[in-house]
Design a protein around this ligand. Structure first.
Ligand code: NAD
Ligand code: MLT
Length: 532
C-alpha cells in the first residue's frame, strides 16, 4: 500500500530522506501554503509533517479524508486543533526532547544578553558609538532565578543556573516537592517567585492557566528592575502588561523569543525598545535540534502509517516501552473481547467494565481498556474507530468506561474480563493469552470454553443432550459451511450448554433459520471478529 505524506513546513533534509527512502511512501514538500491551498490538497494525504508554521485547523481537518497522522517536528502543538483531530481519529504526535538543549541554551543566551546588554551594545558599536557607561550590566552571581514550568526545558535551564552561582527557585504544580529538590530547585509558589526573583523565565505550555500568567498583577508583585524571559510560548507573558512594566521601570528588561502573534507586527512597540531583546522564535533553531526533530518525526510518522509503534502521540495515552512489551500479547485479545462482547450482548451499551486479574493487574492497563473500547465501538458503528477517537465517541454516546484490578486470578496467570451492561441486563466475557502467545476466550456468562478469537463465530446456546451438536453440524455441513474450530461448555449436565464454532465463511440468514428450527438450539449469535 502506498502512503502520501505532505511536509508543509521547512524540515531538515535528513527527515525528508528517511520518508523518501521508504518504498511505500510518496513525499511532497510544499511549504508556505496558504490555508485555502492546504485545504485544497490535504484530502490526498495520509500523513502531514509540520513545524509551527502550518495551522492545522478544524476546517483543514474536515477536508483530510485520508489523514491518519499529523507529525509536529518540535514540541508545541498549539497550531493543531487537537479536539478536531481526535474526533476524526487523527493521531497528533510531537518530538519532545529533540530540541530541549537548544531551547535551554537559547534561554540562557537571552538571559545573559539581558544582564549584560550584549545585543544593544553590539548594535551601538555597529552604529559607530562607544557607550561604555550606558551598557553597564548586572552580575548573575548571587542573584535569584525563578523558573516557571519545570519540564524538559525548565530543568535544563535550572541546571545551568548553578554554574553561575545563582539561587534557583522553581514552580511547577505537577511536580512533587521532593523531586524539585532533587533537581536542584528551591520549591516555591508562583507568587513567591514573583516577589523574590531577579530574573524570571517561563517554560510552560500555553494553556488557559498559563495564558497571561505574567500580567499587570504579577508585575505589581515583582521587584523593581526584574528581568523576564519568554522562550516558551507567546502570550504566557501579557505583551501589553510587559510594555507598561518596561515603560514604568518596574521591569528592567525583557527577552522574548515567542510572541502572541507570529510573526509580530513589525511596528509592535516591544520590538524597537532598547530594554527588550527580541529573537524570531529561534529556541530550536540549531542544526542539532532541527536534525533531531526531523529524524524523530520522520521515523514516528512512518511507524504510524506502516502499522508500527505509536510514539509521542499527544492524543492517545503514552505507554512506556516496558509496559508496551508486557501488554502486547494481550492487545489484540483485548480488542477482540470488545468486539465479541458487544455482538454477544447485542443491546445499546451504557457501561463497559474491564477487569484485569493476575500478572496483568500489575501494569498500567489503560491502553488495553482502550483496545477493548475500540473493538466494541468498531463493531457497533460504521465510522472509523481507532485508539484516538474511541474515548470521545464513547463519551458522545454516554458510554461509561470503568477499569478494575484484582491481584489474583483463580485459573489463569492473567485474565481480562469485559462486562457490558445497560437497562438492567448485562453480559460478561473473559479471555487470556497463554505462554505460547495464543489467545483464547475462556468464559462467556459463566460458561467455560476455549474459543479462538478470530473470523466468524457461531455462538450457540443449545440443549445439553446427545445428538444436539450433531444436528447443528448436519445443517452446517449440508450448507457447505466448514467448521474450522469448535469448543463446548456447560454449567451442569443436562441443562443448557454453549457451542462455539469458528466457521470458514459467512452464514446466510436462511441457514441460521434452519439452525434455529432444530430443537437443539435455544439461541444463536453470529459474531464477526474481522478487524474493521
Ligand atoms: P514540557 O512539557 O517538558 O514541560 C512543560 C512543563 O510545564 C511541565 O513540567 C508542566 O508540568 C509545566 N506546567 C504546565 N502548566 C503549568 C503551570 N500552570 N504552571 C507551571 N508549570 C506548568 O515542555 P518543554 O519541552 O520543556 O517545553 C516548554 C515550553 O517551551 C513549551 O511551551 C514548548 O512549546 C516551548 N518550546 C519553545 C521552543 C522555542 O523555539 N522557543 C522550543 C522548544 C519548546
Ligand atoms: C517547539 O515547540 O518545538 C518550538 O517552538 C520550536 C519550533 O517550532 O521549531
Amino acid at each position: 500500500m502506498a502512503y502520501k505524506v505532505l511536509v508543509s513546513d521547512p524540515l531538515s533534509q535528513e527527515g525528508i530522506d528517511i520518508l523518501q527512502a521508504h518504498a511505500d511512501v510518496n513525499v511532497d514538500v510544499k511549504t508556505g501554503l496558504k490555508p485555502e491551498e492546504l485545504m485544497e490538497i490535504i484530502g490526498q494525504y495520509d500523513g502531514l509533517v509540520i513545524r509551527s508554521g502550518t495551522q492545522v485547523t478544524a476546517e483543514v481537518l474536515a477536508r483530510a479524508d485520508k489523514l491518519k497522522v499529523v507529525g509536529r517536528a518540535g514540541v508545541g502543538v498549539d497550531n493543531v486543533d487537537i479536539p478536531a483531530a481526535t474526533q476524526r481519529g487523527v493521531i497528533v504526535m510531537n518530538t519532545p526532547g529533540g530540541n530541549t538543549i537548544s531551547t535551554a541554551e537559547h534561554s540562557w543566551a537571552l538571559l545573559i544578553s539581558l544582564a549584560r546588554n550584549v545585543p544593544q551594545a553590539a548594535q551601538s558599536m555597529r552604529e559607530g558609538r562607544w557607550d561604555r557607561k550606558k551598557y553597564t550590566g548586572t552580575e548573575l552571581f548571587g542573584k535569584t532565578l525563578g523558573v516557571i514550568g519545570l519540564g524538559r526545558v525548565g530543568r535544563e535551564v535550572g541546571r545551568r543556573a548553578q554554574a553561575f552561582g545563582m539561587k534557583v527557585m522553581g514552580y511547577d504544580p505537577f511536580i512533587a516537592d521532593d523531586m524539585l529538590k532533587k533537581l536542584g530547585f528551591e520549591g516555591a509558589t508562583v507568587e513567591e517567585i514573583f516577589k523574590a526573583a531577579d530574573f524570571i523565565t517561563v517554560h510552560t505550555p500555553k494553556t488557559e492557566e498559563t495564558s497571561h500568567l505574567i500580567d499587570d498583577r504579577a508585575f505589581a508583585m515583582m521587584k523593581k528592575g526584574v528581568r523576564v524571559i519568554n522562550c516558551a510560548r507567546g502570550g504566557i507573558i501579557d505583551e501589553d502588561a510587559l510594555l507598561r512594566a518596561l515603560e514604568s521601570g518596574k521591569c528592567g528588561g525583557a527577552a522574548l523569543d515567542v510572541y502572541e502573534q507570529e510573526p509580530p507586527d513589525p511596528k509592535h512597540p516591544l520590538l524597537s525598545r532598547e530594554d527588550c531583546v527580541c529573537t524570531p522564535h529561534l529556541g530550536a533553531s540549531t542544526e542539532e535540534a532541527q536534525t533531531n526533530v526531523a529524524l524523530d518525526i520522520a521515523r514516528n510518522v512512518l511507524d504510524v502509517l506502516t502499522g508500527g509503534e505509536v510514539r509521542n502521540a499527544v492524543n492517545i495515552p503514552s505507554v512506556s516501552p516496558e509496559v508496551r512489551a508486557a501488554l502486547s500479547p494481550y492487545l489484540e485479545l483485548a480488542e477482540k473481547l470488545g468486539m465479541f462482547a458487544i455482538q454477544y450482548f447485542n443491546k445499546p451499551l451504557s457501561k463497559l467494565e474491564v477487569a484485569y486479574s493476575g500478572g496483568l493487574a500489575e501494569y498500567e492497563t489503560a491502553y488495553l481498556s482502550l483496545a477493548v473500547l475500540k473493538g466494541a465501538l468498531s463493531a457497533m458503528m460504521n465510522e472509523t474507530v481507532n485508539f484516538v477517537n474511541a474515548p470521545i465517541l464513547a463519551e458522545q454516546r454516554q458510554i461509561q468506561v470503568v477499569e478494575s484490578k484484582a491481584a489474583r486470578s483463580e485459573s489463569y496467570s492473567s485474565l481480562i474480563t469485559v462486562k457490558m451492561s445497560s437497562d438492567g441486563s448485562s453480559a460478561e466475557v473473559s479471555g487470556t493469552t497463554y505462554e505460547t502467545g495464543e489467545a483464547r476466550i475462556v468464559q462467556v456468562d459463566g460458561y467455560h470454553i476455549e474459543a479462538k478469537p478470530y473470523g466468524t463465530i457461531l455462538f450457540f446456546q443449545n440443549v445439553d443432550k446427545p445428538g444436539a451438536i450433531g444436528q447443528l453440524c448436519t445443517v452446517l455441513g449440508s450448507a457447505n459451511i466448514n467448521i474450522a474450530d469448535m469448543t463446548l461448555g456447560r454449567q451442569k449436565p443436562g441443562g443448557y450448554a454453549v457451542t462455539v464454532c469458528n466457521v470458514d465463511c459467512d452464514v446466510p440468514k436462511a441457514i441460521l433459520e434452519q439452525l434455529k428450527a432444530t430443537n437443539a438450539v435455544r439461541d444463536i449469535k453470529v459474531i464477526n471478529l474481522e478487524q474493521r
